[in-house]
Write a protein that binds this ligand. Structure first.
Ligand code: SF4
Length: 204
């Protein structure tokens, strides 16, 4: 077995303007370190979920069908899930296979060890980061984990990434935070120098 083989809960082609520039394919990994109460992809947390396994090579072959769209529109692949940063070696190998022709976007909670982010950073074209809430009590109540590593990683990205390559999602989470909490979260994100902020409301 290829040691980089990884489980996926879905592949979604021909996405435009949702998760990255140009035409994008979303590849959603199984597995996430968080346990969000309103997880939109509960399949990624379910041990019994139907998954399909890919190696970087087999995924690349499967997505080649849209190569012309990606290249013509400046698009590529958005890795989500689940948490793509649980698979840093997969992502790096996949990027090698693309030879720079496809943009790599990550949809991530950033709640991973800083060494993992730093290892993957050179191959990422764009980040879409859902910070949930900046208040750690709210974050822990909603996800089951502390957001300490999220903010450590955000501070690192603020120093090492072009802010135009980072989109931060700041959600209203019914029954967990308020408009005031969102304003505080957005202020903290702006203090770090990020300007692309998506304010949204989770569906329960
Ligand atoms: S971070 Fe995303 S995938 Fe993981 S539990 Fe939360 S909503 Fe689900």
């Amino acid at each position: 077995m290829n040691t980089l083989e990884a489980p996926f809960i879905g592949i979604n082609r021909h996405r435009i303007g949702i998760d990255g520039e140009g035409v994008t394919t979303l590849a959603a990994f199984h597995g996430c370190p968080l346990r969000c109460r309103y997880c939109l992809n509960p399949g990624c947390l379910d041990a019994e979920a139907t998954v399909r396994h890919y190696t970087p090579e087999s995924l690349y072959q499967a997505l080649l069908i849209d190569n012309l769209y990606f290249v013509a529109t400046g698009g590529g692949v958005c890795f989500g899930g689940g948490e793509p940063l649980l698979r840093p070696d997969f992502l790096r190998r996949f990027h090698e296979l693309c030879e720079g022709r496809w943009k790599i976007t990550l949809e991530t909670s950033l709640n991973v060890a800083p060494t993992v982010l730093q290892k993957v950073h050179p191959i990422v074209s764009h980040y879409i980061i859902d910070i949930k809430d900046a208040n750690d009590d709210i974050y822990q109540a909603y996800t089951g984990k502390s957001n300490r590593r999220v903010w450590e990683n955000l501070r690192w990205l603020a120093e090492h990434a072009d802010p135009t390559t980072v989109t931060i999602r700041v959600p209203l989470i019914p029954e967990f935070n308020s408009e005031k909490d969102i304003e505080r979260s957005m202020a903290r994100v702006r203090e770090l120098g990020f300007t692309q902020i998506d304010r949204l409301t989770y569906k329960t």
